[in-house]
Design a protein around this ligand. Structure first.
Ligand code: TRP
Length: 315
């Protein structure tokens, strides 16, 4: 594997079309996925089979699979520069997953923290697919002989499994067939996009997240409802998490002047959160609306979307 040049190195990543895409998704991994297409041979999939482990409304899943493809395109991923496809359109993923399942012990699948967490969260639907999630993800990656996988920190255990399965397969079959894939991290400057409900990062839950397909009225309503407090009582005091989160959002979507203006007001104990949120909402709307328009335009062009998916699957 050492003699491949950079451009031939395979990158694989996939997004699971569960929940709608948020600004957090856009600012996070996705921008980097575009940059990587310049330097590597990139394969990007919409992991619809993985969504089946939690989502069982077929019409919804079909819509979101297309929305995610539209999103890849709207963000600027160019199907001539990388391979964009839908996981279920390439049956080899599921076929290799089956083989890996047969070399996976019940105990090791049961110990996966994501399996344990998800089982606790939805005890009414602890299905066998959920159990086998890591083998399908490993198959996604190693079937392309991918060397690097851009993923978030929460996927580390799944990545460890993927390496283990590659080694195990090679040992059992007595060939160095699958290389061990490494997680690709984006360096230290990744921005964590905060949620609106006062704590942590922007997840996919309603109220906490701003979806890229939210219209202006929805965005305004969500931002105006964001958690605040009664304001600082001492000049230059440290911002509590909920307030710091709003300022982080300003930093992402607003101009530096706007940020400084509200920051000074805060430090002088003259902050009016209503004004801040109004401005923040407008800046978010301006940030997301061109993306939203492109997503909707691509999603409406089902003929083109089918073509991209079909050509991607063939590649
Ligand atoms: N499990 C990933 C997530 O939830 C999605 C995924 C599926 C994936 N297959 C993959 C990511 C292969 C990287 C490589 O985000």
């Amino acid at each position: 594997m050492n003699d491949v040049n950079e451009k031939q190195k395979v990158i694989f990543s996939a997004l699971k079309p569960t929940g709608d895409l948020t600004i957090g998704n856009y600012i996070g991994a996705l921008k980097n996925m575009i940059l990587m297409t310049e330097a590597y041979d990139c394969y990007y999939a919409v992991a619809d089979l993985h969504s089946l482990t939690v989502d069982n409304a077929p019409a919804d899943l079909r819509r979101r699979t297309y929305d995610f493809m539209a999103f890849f395109l709207a963000m600027g991923l160019d199907p001539d520069k990388c391979t964009i496809f839908v996981q279920s359109h390439v049956p080899a993923h599921a076929e290799l997953a089956w083989t890996l399942n047969c070399y996976t012990q019940f105990g090791e699948a049961k110990r996966m923290t994501q399996f344990k967490d998800k089982s606790l969260k939805a005890p009414e639907n602890v299905n066998v697919g959920l159990f086998a999630y890591p083998t399908l993800m490993a198959a996604d990656i190693i079937i392309h002989k991918a060397l690097k996988v851009p993923v978030g920190k929460d996927q580390e255990q799944n990545m460890e499994m993927a390496r283990k399965f590659a080694r195990r397969f090679n040992t059992i079959y007595g060939v160095e067939f699958f290389p061990e894939p490494q997680s690709y991290s984006f360096g230290g400057d990744a921005i964590k996009v905060p949620g609106l409900d006062g704590s942590g990062k922007m997840g996919k839950s309603e109220g906490n997240a701003i979806y890229l397909i939210d219209d202006a009225a929805t965005i305004r309503k969500k931002v105006m409802k964001a958690v605040t407090d009664s304001g600082p009582t001492q000049p230059n005091s440290e911002k509590p998490e909920a307030i710091a989160n709003l300022f982080t959002m300003l930093k992402i979507v607003s101009s530096a002047d706007t940020y400084d203006y509200f920051n000074e007001k805060y430090n002088a104990c003259e902050i009016r959160y209503g004004d801040l949120k109004k401005q923040l909402a407008e800046d978010i709307v301006n940030f997301t609306s061109p993306i939203r328009e492109r997503i909707l335009a691509y999603a409406a062009d089902t003929e083109y979307m089918d073509k991209v998916a079909r050509e991607g699957a063939e590649k």
